[in-house]
Write a protein of this length. Structure first.
Lengths: 445, 268
């Protein structure tokens, strides 16, 4: 009996030990960009010749746009095409995974296009090379001239599949295009794709334009323009080109911006030497006063849920950032750091506020949590301001001016972008000098 | 009134006097503390222990016999013999040791040193040769034990339970996977994003089977980020294989669980 007891005890003990599993915690990884191969899109030989577009080159061009988009994120490393072993047509059917793994690629994009009946049909596939399987496959049909947008949409789909967050490639940026000497600057309203292509000028430059802002809900733009030396707030529909004056406010008006639902405009205007924040309902045109304080309150920006407003005010003596409820109650100061804080912009994700900080004559673009904690200064320069968020809340676009020399030369204003991690600072190519950028929401949404 | 005034003055004077006399002595010189030496406390497993030299083992065994109670608390006596297979050095280590021995025995290199060396140094050279001989002996012993214990026994499993991988083995594996894992940067850092992957490994460290333990989370529409993270973790494992696993103790690590948690990295 005793033996049986001991034996059974030993068996239980053994089984317990046999099933013990070694566990290893992996808490670190590399932040290197993911190596991705973007194979040129295979052009179907049945494709017809289309006017104005070289169909044969289209496959290369589309893959180039996708590649440039990925490279600009800093999260992907598109591999050189010279190293590709497999031809695009075969790769699109069934890639030889081992060939692609040889060049250290972890993901592969293949695709093919067909132009027929003046329509462009594009299909693409994303492959996980380590798992040897397809991750996503989609097809689009559009007019052949629209090929750049399709390239951006494909980039968005791949970005979303690989990172888990929405892409921001099929978007546009509106900005103020500047030209001429500093004392006689011509400022036009301009719009371009987020990668700098397709620039269009929306105003002639007769009047000064300032602070264009996209409506987060659609493709409407609000901006400020001077008419007979008086600032007016305009609304412009980019799709139709229709423009209207929202209001002729007494005194100076600053920084109009849309509410998240696009139904209101929030701005500040000066009355009797005192700036306060107002909203205007775009349907009823009813103006409502939000702040009533003897200090200067400017640069209001809604939280994405519309419940709060961030703004800057000098009510404590120095310009700092405050957050209040959307009805103007419960005003709380959120920045307490040294220096001046301004132009708060709430992230579309709702978790951060971007701002401009001025300290000891230097300008910083930074982000912080909405309660003011966790301040991170992303970039520092001689003069830079007006951050605007990408629709997914990952990248900021802003403008930076360089100092002019004693003769007044060398001054320039350019658009720059930076990741919220503080990495991947990039200059965005624009035809002219540029300032005051605003990033649109996704066009295809 | 005057008396109380005198008392007051007298006592005040005493207090002032005491203060003047005692204050300089109250001054304490700052204690000259030695610099702080940081010591990392680590849990030592059987493999991390330096193998006993044959002589030292005898001494230790003697001591242990004398302190029987302590022995019984630390480990059952039967476990001593079963520890042997674990003490076999890795093949890489063996090679290195052999090379070293060869160098020392090389007459061209050693001779000039002997001529110029002091007596103390001579002793040292002789000692190294002796050590080399000892190592060779030890190897023979270990080879014998390996032959006898080629089949894995219950006892070795026991050891694996007690220790798992050694710290250095675990670190090597971890470092290897750190290098292969590209963390998707778009993930929210405040979510619970722990991905647990259970692996079945071959003896050479290649992956026979990988299984995500919370697999049902992968296909939930609200768990998009989890899916991305799980895929990145699987990619890391595939890129890394063969994994850096110890050459011995296959039974211990043939099933391995990796817990991928990017929270620290994403918080920055």
């Amino acid at each position: 009996m005793k033996k049986i007891f001991i034996l059974s005890f030993l068996i239980i003990l053994q089984s317990t030990f046999a099933h013990s599993l070694i566990k290893v915690d992996i808490t670190r990884g590399n932040l290197d960009p993911l190596p991705i191969a973007v194979s040129p899109l295979h052009v179907d030989p049945k494709s017809e010749i289309s006017e104005n577009i070289k169909v044969k080159e289209l496959g290369d061009k589309i893959s180039e746009v996708i590649e440039n988009n990925f490279r600009a994120t800093g999260l992907f490393n598109p591999l050189k095409k010279e190293a590709f072993v497999q031809k695009p047509d075969i790769a699109h059917l069934k890639p030889r995974f081992e060939d692609w793994r040889l060049i250290k690629a972890q993901a592969l994009v293949t695709g093919k296009l067909l132009v027929k009946d003046d329509k462009l049909k594009i299909e693409f596939r994303l492959w996980d090379l380590t798992a040897s399987k397809e991750m996503i496959a989609l097809a689009f049909t559009t007019t052949p001239t629209n090929w750049r947008r399709v390239a951006h949409i494909i980039s968005d789909k791949i970005y979303e599949r690989l990172t888990g967050e929405e892409g921001y490639f099929d978007t546009r940026v509106i900005y103020v295009a500047e030209s001429g000497p500093k004392d006689r600057r011509v400022k036009k309203l301009a719009i371009m794709d987020q990668d700098g292509a397709n620039t269009k000028y929306l105003t002639l430059g007769n009047e000064l334009v300032l602070t264009p802002r996209f409506n987060p809900a659609n493709q409407l733009v609000t901006y400020l323009s001077y008419f007979r030396n008086l600032p007016r707030v305009y609304l412009l529909d980019i799709e139709t080109g229709v423009q209207e004056v929202v209001g002729n406010f007494p005194g100076m008006t600053f920084a109009p911006r849309f509410s998240p639902d696009g139904k209101k405009i929030i701005m500040s205007f000066a009355k009797d030497g005192n700036s306060d924040i107002y909203t205007m309902d775009l349907e009823t045109r009813v103006v409502e006063r939000i702040t009533d304080h003897s200090s200067i309150d400017t640069s209001p920006s809604y939280s994405p849920d519309g419940k709060y407003i961030a703004f800057n005010s000098d009510r404590s003596g120095l310009q700092q950032i405050y957050v209040m409820k959307s009805d103007g109650s419960n005003v709380k100061r959120v920045t307490f750091g040294k220096g001046l804080y301004g132009t708060p912009v709430w992230s579309p994700r709702g978790d951060l506020i971007a701002f401009t900080k001025v300290r000891k004559g230097r300008f910083y673009i930074g982000v912080m949590r909405v309660d003011g904690t966790g301040e991170r200064l992303l970039t520092e320069n001689y003069y830079q301001e007006a951050p605007s968020w990408s629709p997914n809340g990952r990248v900021l676009i802003f403008y930076r001016e360089t100092k002019s020399d004693s003769k007044g030369k060398g001054h320039s204003a350019k658009l720059w972008s930076i990741d919220i991690t503080g990495y991947n600072e990039r200059k965005i190519k624009t035809e002219t000098d540029a300032s005051d950028p605003s990033w649109s929401s996704l066009l295809s949404k | 009134m005057t008396r109380s005034l005198i008392y007051s003055l007298f006592f005040h004077a005493i207090i002032i006097l005491l203060t003047i006399l005692s204050l300089p002595f109250m001054l304490r010189q700052p204690i000259d503390l030695p610099p702080i030496v940081s010591v990392e406390l680590i849990q030592i497993s059987d493999k991390t222990n330096i193998p006993y030299a044959p002589k030292a083992r005898k001494v230790i065994e003697k001591v242990k016999k004398e302190e029987k109670r302590v022995v019984s608390e630390q480990a059952p006596p039967a476990a001593k013999a079963k520890e042997k297979p674990d003490r076999i050095p890795m093949p890489d280590e063996e090679k290195e040791e052999k090379k070293l021995v060869k160098k020392k025995q090389n007459p061209e290199e050693v001779e000039p040193q002997v001529r110029q060396s002091s007596e103390f140094e001579k002793k040292e050279i002789i000692d190294t040769n002796q050590i080399a001989a000892l190592i060779d002996k030890a190897k023979e012993e270990e080879a014998l034990t390996e032959k006898t214990s080629s089949k894995l026994t219950q006892s070795s499993q026991k050891n694996s339970f007690a220790s798992g991988l050694t710290l250095s083995q675990e670190d090597a594996l971890r470092a290897q996977i750190f290098g292969c894992w590209s963390i998707p940067l778009g993930l929210p850092y405040d979510d619970n994003l722990l991905v647990r992957i259970k692996l079945k490994l071959k003896k050479d460290g290649t992956v026979l089977k990988s299984e995500i333990l919370d697999h049902e989370r992968m296909n939930r529409p609200d768990q998009k980020f989890y899916k991305i993270l799980a895929e990145s973790a699987l990619r890391a494992v595939r890129i890394c294989q063969p994994l850096k696993v110890p050459p011995t103790g296959y039974e211990k690590w043939k099933d391995l669980q990796l817990n991928f948690n990017p929270t620290e990295m994403l918080k920055g």
